[in-house]
Design a protein around this ligand. Structure first.
Ligand code: BTN
Length: 251
């Protein structure tokens, strides 16, 4: 049982079509008393949103499009990036269970199988008096879609295994994993989250190509710090940190 006394996925609110499950979750949080741990699930999003102001598109009824509403009031704001790490780990673990193969993470929280993205995460936090009042964790997991209209970097569970999956079964597994990993955060077990995240990070301790302001450069991935910044080491031994807005890692 979680210390916070709620279980992720106890309540699942299903909607056919919505602009974005993250927006819907934010409205519910503002308007009504939606319990923490609630999951909003949509079959279709008319304005699905991704990281860096990108669009997240998904064929109707094919994939998992969810937002989870979490209470992070007991977590110090300085530790908020651990939420991002644990969500990525929970998705990784779910996908590994399903496909029976290794899954890698790409900073900050892309979930990759064979260098292709199977899931993405968009976390939006609500702040109150300099504390995190609540978090909306949007997860898009590609399940049964096989045509991504030319997006070569996308994959799905079906593309990997040639099988179809019931979205409710995938959701149940994911919620179980989210509960397991969220408990680590509630118990302030930052070390085990960090260790597992760094072990799962693609290209850790290897030289990779990055783009900053249209210029490409090569550096070694050293990890992700507590602020969620990527730590890169250069050939001259200097280590620099980067925020998500600053650089793009080429897969
Ligand atoms: C990314 O760019 O990798 C993040 C993608 C997050 C997509 C999910 S789908 C459910 C939720 N609602 C949204 O509008 N976005 C997130």
């Amino acid at each position: 049982m979680l210390m916070n006394d709620y279980i992720i996925g106890n309540q699942v609110i299903k909607v056919k079509s919505v602009d974005s499950t993250n927006n819907y979750a934010a409205k519910l949080l503002n308007q009504t008393k939606v319990p923490f741990g609630s999951v909003i699930m949509a079959h279709y999003q008319t304005s699905g949103r991704g990281q860096r102001n990108s669009v997240w598109s998904s064929a109707n009824g094919n994939n998992l499009l969810i937002s989870v509403i979490l209470d992070l009031s007991s977590i110090p704001p300085s530790k908020i990036f651990y939420l991002s790490k644990l969500i990525a780990l929970a998705i990784k673990s779910s996908v590994e269970n399903i496909i029976g193969n290794e899954v890698k993470l790409k900073w900050p929280n892309d979930i990759l199988v064979n260098k292709k993205k199977v899931a993405g995460v968009l976390i939006e936090n609500q702040w109150k008096d300099k504390k995190i009042a609540s978090s909306i964790v949007g997860i898009g997991l590609n399940v049964n879609q096989i045509d991504f209209s030319g997006i070569k970097s996308a994959t799905s569970l079906k593309m990997i295994t040639s099988k179809n999956y019931e979205l409710d079964v995938v959701l149940k597994l994911l919620c179980d994993k989210l509960n397991t990993y969220f408990e680590k955060l509630i118990n302030f077990d930052y070390k085990s989250i960090d260790n597992e995240y760094h072990k799962s990070l693609k290209n850790i301790n290897t030289w990779c190509d990055f783009i900053q302001n249209n210029n490409s450069f090569n550096a070694m991935v050293k990890g992700v710090n507590e602020q969620g910044e990527l730590m890169l080491e250069f050939r001259n031994g200097i280590i620099k940190t980067y925020e998500l807005k600053q650089i793009t890692q080429l897969i």
